[in-house]
Design a protein around this ligand. Structure first.
Ligand code: CA
Length: 183
């Protein structure tokens, strides 16, 4: 994982938990913005970029379910939900709303840290997969382009212009047609 500081939005109305988790995560070199209710959470999320959200389910003003849904409507940021009861229904609600993971209170800070690292790794891998698929496509295009460039000048002119319009697809078509017309 890169050394850049990851930004975490912590939403927890119990001050003792909020302060303890903030202090712990800051010691682990995360940048933490801690808020005590759902309304503040949505305001912070709309103003700043966060790499991960830790979200309590039972919150004043705007409940955790609504915060989770509102965030998920706009973002794929990993969300770890905190639930006081740990009842199956609460966990299912959290996951159905789009949370990536949940943690039952009381929880150990080291367990929270492990969940955070896993969630960040997954989101980074998802982003990496996306990049790799782009690289793969570009890699496929490279040999095609070099073959097109090796063709005689008259063919290069004919299809070089088209290749500028739709790079990647036209060269394939151009090669097929060149096979018919010049072989
Ligand atoms: Ca709460």
């Amino acid at each position: 994982m890169s050394n850049e500081t990851r930004r975490i939005l912590l939403v927890e109305d119990e001050k003792a938990i909020r302060d303890a988790v903030t202090a712990y995560l800051e010691r682990e070199n995360y940048w933490v913005t801690a808020v005590g209710d759902g309304q503040e959470a949505l305001e912070e999320f709309s103003k700043h970029h966060f790499d991960l959200v830790i979200l309590d389910l039972m919150l004043p003003r705007v409940p955790g379910e609504r915060v989770c849904r509102a965030i998920r409507d706009n973002s794929d940021v990993p969300i770890i939900m905190l639930t006081a009861k740990g009842e199956v229904e609460d966990r299912i609600i959290g996951l159905e709303l789009g949370a990536d993971d949940y943690l039952v209170k009381p929880f150990g800070t080291s367990e929270l840290l492990a969940r955070i690292r896993t969630a960040l790794r997954h989101s980074q891998r998802a982003a990496g997969t996306h990049n790799n698929s782009v690289q793969l496509k570009l890699g496929l295009l490279t040999p095609t382009c070099s073959v097109v460039c090796l063709l005689p000048q008259v063919q290069f002119n004919k299809f070089g212009l088209a290749a500028l319009v739709v790079p990647g697809f036209i060269p394939f078509g151009a090669l097929k047609r060149s096979g018919k017309e010049w072989s």
